[in-house]
Design a protein around this ligand. Structure first.
Ligand code: SF4
Ligand code: SF4
Length: 510
């Protein structure tokens, strides 16, 4: 059982808007990045004289670059529709965790420096100067937003707090105040190729060990290949899949799918990470630099298809940004992007999600399953925010909701969805997304998981659900850690391809 220095919220039978607890989370903040970590990414190491003016310049820069940011700053009418939609407000009661209040932290500074009224009559419009105390509030509360976009679904103007959080983090990085966890990880990707800092030889050993384990369990020669020139598919997957539990069970499942369908595939030691924390810190250059490794690996290996494993924000980056970011998918115009477009097979979506691949194979009868092998599991599905609200799958609207559920129903007999106010586009964040999956934010993570835990408890009580499937590495890691705080077994969470792995028949090619 997990030990906690804070009180875990009690699970209620239905969602209740909490009593407001002003300042409850004011002192909750992640560790600040050291000067060395900042320097690795080309950011200043600490606050230095004149930082206020530089931060305002950066804000002006972002307002000019992203028209949406200026619209979000101007459009809010303070209707309050978003106020009770954030899992961090529901779990902590801190009013600054209401999305509108989170936005107002930046809006007050925006008004002071970028509006006529704020420049001349700041007291009339709630405009404030950016000083150290305001910056401290920014650091706390812009690191209590997982950029999940749930609030934007309920805002009549579609104001996206996630984008405001990203802008705030970018402004803070630009004056030397970065978050240790996210920025250290980005540094590891640049240096070694993945979030975990796992070097190529260790990765090869891990994959060989996996082949031996699967052979011992199934008697089949399922391969987990690395750096295979000329393979059909390059699989880009979160590095947690290589050894973390339950993540690795899904990697085992992907390998079995490729094996059963007779598709040659490879992983890459250069691009051994699907995650892209550049999005979490709102920095385009970092986002691009991380994604560039994948394009380089695809060109070097000469693959025909690029498939993305179970990772929520990675799929958002791949689906929504890779095309214009690095030319994977139509959009890139530089010579390497054009070369890649000519190399990739136009008969397939580029990139494709592993769920789209498996779903398509199931639809064409290319895979066979023994569903009863999953009969010990009563399954529900947690929609991950970045898949649900930042991307799509398949050819039909809502494919990101139906495709994973179709796969689950094809491989398991017992499935029950959670209540509709917390699934599909209204899904609740796991509480650890957006660069917050760090132990220095454990209280926030546990409290932010409350709405999801309440919905899970309902289906556990009503239907005996004992397995929550998801297609996100962060959700898997976050739930493994917080489930015990709420009295659930940590093994209750797993991947969709973990279920596929259990039921798939090997040795038959169709
Ligand atoms: S984006 Fe998500 S975490 Fe951020 S304020 Fe909105 S609901 Fe809360
Ligand atoms: S729902 Fe939209 S307009 Fe209303 S308070 Fe929230 S952000 Fe502002």
């Amino acid at each position: 059982m997990a030990t906690a220095k804070f009180e875990t919220p009690a699970l209620k039978p239905y969602p209740v808007i909490p009593l407001v607890a002003a300042g409850a989370m004011a002192n909750t903040k992640p560790f600040v990045a050291s000067a060395a970590i900042q320097a690795n990414l080309g950011f200043p190491g600490e606050l230095s004289e004149g930082w206020e003016a530089r931060a305002i310049d950066k804000m002006g820069d972002l307002l000019g670059k992203y028209r949406s940011l200026r619209v979000y700053m101007d459009a809010c009418v303070h209707c309050g529709a978003c106020s009770d939609k954030c899992h961090y407000f529901l779990g902590t009661g801190d009013p600054k965790n209401m999305p509108v209040a989170r936005q107002d932290l930046m809006r007050a500074v925006y008004r002071r420096h970028f509006t006529f009224a704020g420049k001349h009559f700041p007291w009339l419009v709630g405009a404030v100067d950016l000083d150290k105390s305001v910056l401290d509030d920014w650091y706390s509360y812009y690191h209590q937003c997982s950029e999940c976009r749930r609030c934007s679904v309920f805002c009549p103007y579609g104001i996206d707090t996630a984008e405001i959080t990203m802008a705030a983090r970018e402004i803070m990085d630009s004056v030397g105040v970065g978050q240790k966890y996210a920025n250290e990880i980005i540094g590891k990707v640049h240096k070694i190729g993945n979030n975990l800092g796992l070097p190529g030889p260790a990765l090869r050993d891990t994959l060989e060990g996996l082949e031996e384990d699967v052979k011992a369990e199934t008697a089949a020669d399922v391969l987990y290949p690395l750096d295979v020139q000329g393979a059909e598919v390059l699989l880009i997957t979160p590095s947690a899949d290589f050894f973390a539990e339950p993540h690795v069970e899904s990697l085992i499942g992907y390998g079995k799918v490729f094996h059963a369908a007779g598709i040659s595939w490879t992983l890459s030691s250069k691009a051994s990470e699907a995650g892209n924390f550049g999005m979490f810190i709102g920095n385009y250059e970092q986002l691009r630099k991380i994604a560039m490794r994948i394009r380089e690996a695809a060109l070097e290996l000469g693959v025909k298809r690029i498939v993305v494993g179970e990772c929520g924000h990675a799929w958002r980056v791949a689906y929504s940004f890779w095309n214009t970011l690095v030319g994977i998918g139509a959009g890139g115009k530089d010579p390497f992007a054009i070369e890649l477009q000519q190399q990739l097979d136009p008969r397939y979506k580029q990139p494709m999600h592993i769920c789209e691949l498996t779903h398509d194979l199931i639809g064409r009868g290319a895979l066979r399953f023994d569903k009863e092998k999953n009969d010990h599991r009563i399954v529900t599905f947690h929609d991950s925010c970045n898949v649900a609200r930042g991307s799509r799958m398949g050819d039909l609207p809502g494919g990101q909701f139906t495709i994973p559920r179709d796969i689950i129903k094809a491989v398991a007999n017992r499935f029950h969805d959670m209540a509709p106010d917390g699934t599909h586009e209204a899904t609740f964040c796991c509480g650890g997304g957006g660069g917050l999956l760090t132990d220095d934010l454990m209280e926030l993570r546990v409290k932010g998981a409350l709405p999801r835990m309440e919905a899970l408890k309902q289906v556990a009580d009503q239907h005996g659900v004992n397995f929550m499937a998801t297609i996100c590495a962060i959700c898997k890691a976050q739930f493994s850690k917080v489930l015990p705080y709420y009295g659930f077994e940590m093994g209750l969470v797993g991947g969709v391809h973990q279920l596929v792995s259990t039921a798939i028949r090997l040795g038959e090619h169709h």
